[in-house]
Write a protein that binds this ligand. Structure first.
Ligand code: SF4
Length: 158
């Protein structure tokens, strides 16, 4: 509610959800992203190319707000409201922004799929850091409660 783009719209304009079948997936290749954008709903006021629209009521406009840079957003705002651009052109810019975001993620994913050990190494290093942080916190807790630093639960043999 408090952000410029409080919801991520799906290709049919409703909230993006797998159960609606309106998603753009992080794993979608560029061709699929562009195809999905092409069929995305727009501001219904733009029936003809010459009809002005409003990016604030258009799901593609919402995508721009989330993923496009300021310069593109300015072109969308001016072009849509004056009917200076067509929706196909505008959707192409939204697809560009998405592809630019998704490509590096997909490249990284490919690297981990080719060598899963890399992902396990990251998880194990994270586990070790978390274990250390938890041990330090437990030391603080025991100290604050006046318990022996050497206290270890014995599993009920007391
Ligand atoms: S020009 Fe862009 S923002 Fe305007 S209605 Fe078409 S797709 Fe939506």
């Amino acid at each position: 509610m408090l952000t410029v783009a409080p919801k991520l719209p799906g290709t049919d304009g409703r909230k993006m959800s797998k159960s609606y079948g309106n998603t753009i997936l992080l794993t979608d290749p560029e061709t699929v992203v562009r195809q999905k954008l092409k069929t995305m709903v727009t501001d219904p006021a733009r029936v003809r190319r010459s009809d002005p629209g409003n990016p604030d009521v258009c799901p593609v406009g919402d995508l721009h707000k989330i993923f496009s840079d300021r310069a593109t957003m300015d072109k969308v705002n001016a072009g849509c409201r004056s009917a200076g651009i067509g929706c196909i052109e505008c959707k192409g810019w939204a697809a560009d922004a998405l592809v630019q975001l998704l490509n590096p993620m997909q490249e990284r994913r490919k690297k981990f799929e080719e060598n899963p050990r890399l992902a396990w190494d990251i998880l194990e290093a994270g586990t070790e850091r978390a274990r250390k942080a938890a041990a330090e916190t437990m030391d603080d807790v025991r100290h604050a409660m006046g318990m022996s630093q050497a206290y270890e639960p014995t599993g009920g043999e007391r």
